[in-house]
Design a protein around this ligand. Structure first.
Ligand code: BDR
Ligand code: CA
Length: 303
């Protein structure tokens, strides 16, 4: 499977990218970056650093700096750390970005392999909305879009109603849901089920010292954030769960429904049903024990 990950790395993004690199059925065709957990320049630097660590030779194309129509943005440093990698305060610059902006890169790769490319979007959806605006053929050329985001009739994580990736660019997310892309939404309904504990991260460090050791190191900050908000059983592997929905959809329970994103003050960023839109496959549940075990088994193949 040719896969582009649209990402804001980000602690759980780092695990998702490592997982994608480890999965034998996945070819990472590139990473596109987005503001979100970090400023977009940090996202791109972190994406290049991760690919280098993983030994993956694939381009990184930088995307949007700001949400649709916004003039400022403040990253989620309290969740992912000041540089996006937990308590690390220096992340080396490795390599250079692809000269194309993310939206153009996405359109080009989709056009090269009509119907085949899978995009897993694990940050705000601005780049995907921009690709839809840039090329009328994008929706048809793209094989499938798998979104980590949203909370369907379940509590949000940035407000009581909204999930962070959708909330951070609600207009872009709504434009994506209004399109006729072939899409799945892997939101908090599923990802709050796939929890990783301190022991899980220690096991990753033991089986794959370089990559698992890095994931273990940066995840301590992320675990601490979740403890601070009352999630004491572990931290959700939001983004890695979306990668698993690309390769193993049979492990998820989906429900089709058209979606819109609320822009009303009372529930801004909430993902709610829209009966007239193209149905999105909404993940209602995942085989969580399988998901965690599969991540361990695949990461063990890395160094
Ligand atoms: C999403 O928001 C970010 O903090 C994570 O990386 C994930 O993509 C979870 O709501
Ligand atoms: Ca993310």
């Amino acid at each position: 499977m040719k896969l582009i990950i649209d990402t804001d790395p980000g602690v759980d993004d780092a695990l998702a990218i490592a997982l994608a690199a480890a999965l034998p059925e996945v070819e990472i065709a590139g990473l596109t970056t987005i503001f979100g957990n970090t400023f977009v320049e940090q996202s791109s630097r972190n994406a290049r650093y991760l690919l280098d660590m993983l030994g993956v030779d694939a381009p990184v194309a930088e995307g949007a700096r700001l949400p649709d129509g916004a003039s400022t943005y403040e990253p989620s440093a309290n969740v992912h750390g000041p540089e996006g990698f937990g308590d690390l305060d220096v992340v080396p610059e490795v390599g250079k970005n692809d000269p194309r902006p993310a939206a153009e890169f996405l359109c080009d790769l989709a056009a090269q392999t009509p119907g085949e490319l899978v995009v897993c979007a694990i940050g705000p959806l601005t780049n995907i909305a921009n690709a839809l605006k840039l090329d009328r053929g994008f929706a048809e050329n793209l094989g499938r879009l798998v979104i980590m985001g949203g909370a369907f009739n379940c509590p949000g994580n940035i407000t009581p109603q909204a999930e962070a990736n959708i909330y951070h660019d609600a207009l872009a997310a709504d434009a994506v849901f209004a399109s006729d892309l072939n899409m799945s939404m892997v939101g908090l309904n599923a990802t709050m089920q796939t929890l990783l504990t301190v022991e899980d991260f220690a096991q990753m460090a033991a089986t794959a010292p370089k990559v698992g050791g890095f994931v273990n190191r940066i995840s301590q900050f992320y675990l601490e954030f979740y403890r601070s908000v009352g999630v004491t059983e572990g931290c959700p592997m939001h983004d890695a769960t979306a990668i698993l929905a690309c390769t193993n959809p049979e492990r998820f329970t989906f429900m089709p429904a058209g979606l819109q994103v609320s822009t009303k003050a009372a529930d801004y960023g909430a993902t709610i049903e829209h009966p007239d839109r193209t149905p999105v496959q909404i993940a209602r549940a995942v085989e969580a024990d399988w998901a965690v075990a599969h991540v361990h088994a695949q990461l063990a193949a890395l160094s």
